[in-house]
Design a binder for this molecule. Sequence first.
Ligand SMILES: Nc1ncnc2c1ncn2[C@@H]1O[C@H](COP(=O)(O)OP(=O)(O)OP(=O)(O)O)[C@@H](O)[C@H]1O
Ligand SMILES: [Mg+2]
Length: 259
Amino acid sequence: MHVLSVASVKGGVGKSATAISLAYMLAMDKKRRVLLIDTDPQNATTSHFFADLQFHHTLSSVLREECSIEEAARPIEGVSISLVPSELELADITTAIDEGPSRWFLLHNALKEVEEHYDNVVIDTPPSRFFTTRLSLIASHAVVVPTQLDKWAVRGVNTTFRDIQSALRDQRLVNRQIEAIAVVPTFYEENRQIKDILLQQVRENFSRYTTNTLIHRATEIEKTYSIDNERLTPGSRAYAEYATLLDELIARGVINGEA
Ligand SMILES: Nc1ncnc2c1ncn2[C@@H]1O[C@H](COP(=O)(O)OP(=O)(O)OP(=O)(O)O)[C@@H](O)[C@H]1O
Ligand SMILES: [Mg+2]
């Protein structure tokens, strides 16, 4: 079971859109059994799939050790994805769990119990440096860092890389290591020179990590993730870009090739 976090300290860069799209592509195109985990209290990913946010168990219950991942995971109709939902209450999670150092491994340990149930875990994380971002990074084999091409792009990716370094130090205590990172330029726009200048900066600063695949700013992506349960349309440019991105991530070893 391969664990991937989609993370960036910057908000609104396409983390949730990327996490949901990759989860779909893995399930539909690669026939993987996917566990999607929403670790953002703002729960964009959860509310994409479930209009009625009434759950018996959520990620909060898992982190409070009241239930297992499997008990919290909700199957998504028509596709081999299960979702561990989040809700606003997750924002207060740190007050509800023990202070000790073992708290950093709560998600990592909870995932051990579902090793045999899924091929891929995709974790959508909140912006900024919230507790669950660190838990997610510590549980991960790889990280995808979407970045908008704006003047904070390089700084935002640098900050996220520092958080990844710090997670790698914590991972020494458990048998886990972030082995691969990809920086994915998002909201790219053709015929806007500034986007190419910023893209060049990102490629120079993170040359080993930046994907060739660009995700264009697309009304289809915006529309898809504004309508509950909507999916990218096969044949559209947005669909093709995420499908190409998934293949590139597999080729780069950021996502496991064989399930
Ligand atoms: N390539 C794109 N083109 C156009 N709109 C997009 C694209 N990617 C995402 N969006 C839209 O932009 C908004 C922000 O995207 P998204 O929620 O995926 O970002 P995020 O990084 O998860 O944000 P947050 O940090 O708030 O969790 C959403 O309304 C989404 O539908
Ligand atoms: Mg999000």
